[in-house]
Structures are given as C-alpha cells and as structure tokens.
Design a protein around this ligand. Structure first.
Ligand SMILES: Cc1cc2nc3c(=O)[nH]c(=O)nc-3n(C[C@H](O)[C@H](O)[C@H](O)COP(=O)(O)OP(=O)(O)OC[C@H]3O[C@@H](n4cnc5c(N)ncnc54)[C@H](O)[C@@H]3O)c2cc1C
Length: 411
C-alpha cells in the first residue's frame, strides 16, 4: 500500500493535512474530533495508489543530515543542531504598537505577512484562525488583506491541518506565503519536492517555533475549568494582549473568562498533547524561510513582547528586508536564541529521545530522523518514563472529570 493509511494506523500521523491537500482523487478524509484532533481515513475504492500522499507525509520522519535535499535552500548558511540553518538571527517586534501588543510575542509573524502582501511579494497568505462555526477548532484561512492577517494573529494551542489548503492553492493561481508549525512546513516542502506548481505558488514559508501542540479537548478542559458550558462558548484566544498574555473565552450571554499564559499551560493541559508531537525533534521549523518564536530571556521581561527571528534562506532575507520599516530589530547570537528556548530544547532533545526509547520498548513504529543524535541516555529514559506515567494519570483524571460531550465534525 502506498498511501498514508498505514502512517495513521502506526500512530505516526502529524495531523498536518498535507495528504488531503495534494490527493488528486480526493480520497483522503480528515474528520475533526474534539478528543484527538483529526482522524484520517483513505477511501480505498477511489485511491489510485499514486503514492503522492505517502511521498509528502512527514509522519515517518525526515532527513536532517548535512546532505539532506532540503538543505539546498540554505547553501552556505551556518548550521547548528536544534537551531538549524540560519543566515541572520535577530530579536524583534512589530513597529506598529498595536500589532506588537496583540501578537503572541512581538507580532513579528503578523508584520511579516502583512508586509509580504503590501509589497506584492505574495498575493495571499495562509494563516490560522479559530473556526467561526466551532470555537474549539483551529483552521487555515487564506488572507488577502492586512486585516485578514490581523484576524489570525496569536498562537492557537490546538492542532490544525493547515496543509489541506494546498488543494485550493493548486486550483487557484497566485503566489502564496504559508505560516505554520514545523510539521506543516515539513509537509509543505515534501509536497513541493514533487510538485512544480506548489514550488511556484508557495514562495514563502514562515515557521512558528513549536515545543508541543494540544488536542482540541485541552481547550475544552480549560473552558470547563473556567466554569463555562462548551455549548455556549463563542470565541477562544490563547495569547495576548500584551506579553505573554493569556487564554480568553467569550461565552453567551456575554461572559468573559481569562487566565494568564504561564498559569494555564500546566501539566494537565500539556498531558493533552498528540502523542506523535512528543517524538518530533524539529522545534524551530528548520525548513522554513524565516522562523519566529518567543524570546524568553530575562532581559526582555516586562516588555510588550519580543520575538526570536531566524532567517534561513535568501527568500527569507528578502522578506525581512522588505519588512524593514514594519519591524524593530536587534542582532542576536546563536547562543542567545538557543538560550531563549531552554524549555523547548529540553522537550525536543532529552524528552524526545526518552519518548522514542519508550515507543521502541512498546514495539511501536518509530519515526526516523537521520542526522540527529536521538539515542536516549539513562537520564532521558528515567525522566521520560516518569513523564509518561504522569501524563497517563492526568489523561485518566481528565477523562473522568470531563467526559466528552461533543463529537466529531468536518471531513
Ligand atoms: C502550538 C504552538 C507551540 C509553540 N511553542 C513554542 C515554543 O516552544 N517556543 C517558542 O518560543 N514559541 C512557541 N510558539 C510560538 C509562539 O507562541 C508565537 O507564535 C511566536 O512567538 C510568534 O509570535 P508573533 O507575535 O510573532 O506572532 P503573531 O503575529 O501573533 O502571529 C502568529 C501566527 O501564528 C499562526 N499560528 C497560530 N497558531 C498556529 C498553529 N497552531 N499552527 C500553525 N500556525 C499557527 C497564526 O496564523 C498567526 O499568523 C508556539 C506556537 C504554537 C501555535
């Protein structure tokens, strides 16, 4: 079988949506589910076994070695484990105080996308918003104006199969920028490898740093903890205003509940993470043109938000140059960027190695990442075994305390 059904059945699906986006016969269905995110099924009757979905799937792993095919884009650029390839490193924020204040960190992703549209680098931007019909579900949006982009600002700690949108991009001519987590950018690049049309149309990829994301029910649990009935929740946002901001629910009839960012990202919330995310080592979206994250450094504490910026390719450099008046930039060193990601480094190296080891013990199929040193030390193993046990306990407690009352939707 050359389709992605076995990737899903093996527990390796990253829920990026690439397979559905590029399937020429519409044979891949993704059904959204409050509990896990997207359930995948391939319609065997219409699938022609062309293998495109399989070739573009990042689930089985990716080559991170120095000779990897995707490193061509970064020719001549310095490279470091975890940081990936870079041409320029900065801290920065949007020069428009409103964009900065309402962004997740410095509003840099929004400012870059708005500038790409305004300077004509692209005709449209693919970003992420919460679904207007289901406030627990995040979805991709095609933005054609600065206002559309602004409506997508802020991080959504929720799975989103952004790359389903590749279907529309293949059908609707134009030049696009796509913003996504490392898994989305990996899926995009794999799809572009086989599709000239996608290479010509998606001319910019803006990567968002990612430690881990969450199953949709993590958001539902937060709403219930805030005393809200899910059926009455109308709006959800996870970050801002200000840095680092907080989660905010608006519920009928006009109730608002808010909790600060570090407080709600607790062990119970983080237990509700798709298991595949725990064995993904790409934190900083190494295949993007530009990657952005939070500059978690003491020296920026109390500011209105600062983003890490890693420019990786000539296309990324052009984007940053074009956006010069929309951003305030300070040069950063590789050590400073890595230091700003101390917690994420732990998740994507020590904890990831330990989780890979646990999966191998359970004889579950493993993703492969040539070029990365991912064999677990005794300390990684001990910590991950304890972490996994605690996660199972939290999942059990959440199931008991908050049984699901909403089912599936979408296709
Ligand atoms: C699940 C998740 C995990 C993260 N983990 C880390 C981390 O470990 N360390 C770190 O420094 N930063 C992490 N970030 C990134 C951080 O929260 C900010 O998004 C980043 O600093 C950019 O901020 P900004 O103000 O420049 O972006 P904004 O101007 O606020 O724009 C953010 C953009 O991100 C896009 N976006 C939001 N949610 C998602 C999503 N779920 N999938 C794809 N795209 C999305 C939106 O389309 C929006 O355009 C994470 C973000 C997410 C969504």
């Amino acid at each position: 079988m050359t389709n992605v059904q076995h990737v899903y059945d093996d527990g390796l699906c990253m829920q990026c949506g690439t397979c559905q986006g590029i399937c020429p016969t519409g044979s891949v269905a993704l059904t959204w589910d409050l509990r896990v995110g997207y359930r995948l099924s391939v319609e065997e009757k219409t699938c022609t076994d062309c293998g495109r979905c399989h070739d573009a799937c990042p689930g089985p792993g990716l080559d991170f070695s120095a000779s990897a095919w995707w490193r061509e884009r970064n020719e001549g650029a310095p490279f470091e484990d975890f940081l990936g390839p870079w041409r320029r490193l900065c801290f920065g924020w949007a020069s428009d105080p409103e964009v900065r204040h309402t962004g997740a960190s410095g509003g840099v992703a929004t400012a870059l996308m708005q500038s790409a549209l305004e300077t004509g680098l692209v005709d449209a931007v693919v970003a992420v918003r919460m679904s207007p019909t289901n406030p627990m579900e995040a979805e991709a949006a095609i933005c054609r104006s600065a206002a559309d982009v602004a409506a997508c600002r802020g991080s959504k700690y929720n799975v989103v199969a952004i790359n389903r949108v590749l279907r529309r991009i293949l059908d609707e001519p134009g030049r696009y920028a796509l913003v996504g987590l490392p898994c989305h950018i990996q899926g995009l690049r794999l799809a572009q490898r086989r599709s000239r049309r996608l290479r010509e149309r998606v001319t910019l990829a803006i990567g968002i740093f990612c430690g881990l994301t969450n199953e949709p029910r993590a958001t539902a649990v937060l709403a219930r903890q805030a005393g809200l009935d899910l059926a009455h929740v109308r709006e959800v946002s996870y970050r801002g205003p200000g840095w680092p901001g907080g989660v905010r629910f608006v519920s009928a009839p006009g109730l608002t509940r808010r909790r600060d960012y570090p407080d709600y990202v607790d062990r119970r919330f983080m237990a509700l993470t798709p298991p595949r995310c725990r064995v993904c080592p790409d934190a900083l979206a190494e295949l993007a043109d530009v990657s952005v994250g939070d500059a978690w450094l003491d020296r920026f504490e109390g500011s209105d938000g600062v983003s890490d910026i890693v420019v990786r390719t000539p296309a990324g450099e052009r984007l940053l140059d074009q956006a010069a008046t929309s951003l305030v930039l300070q040069a950063a060193s590789p050590a400073e960027i890595v230091a700003s990601q101390a917690d994420t480094y732990d998740v994507k190296r020590g904890a990831c190695r330990g989780r890979l080891w646990l999966r191998s013990l359970a004889r579950r199929p493993l993703p492969e990442y040539p070029g990365l040193a991912l064999s677990a030390s005794a300390a990684d193993r001990a910590r991950s075994a304890a972490g996994a046990a605690q996660e199972r306990l939290f999942r059990f407690l959440v199931d008991r305390r908050y049984p699901d009352r909403r089912g599936s939707s979408g296709a």
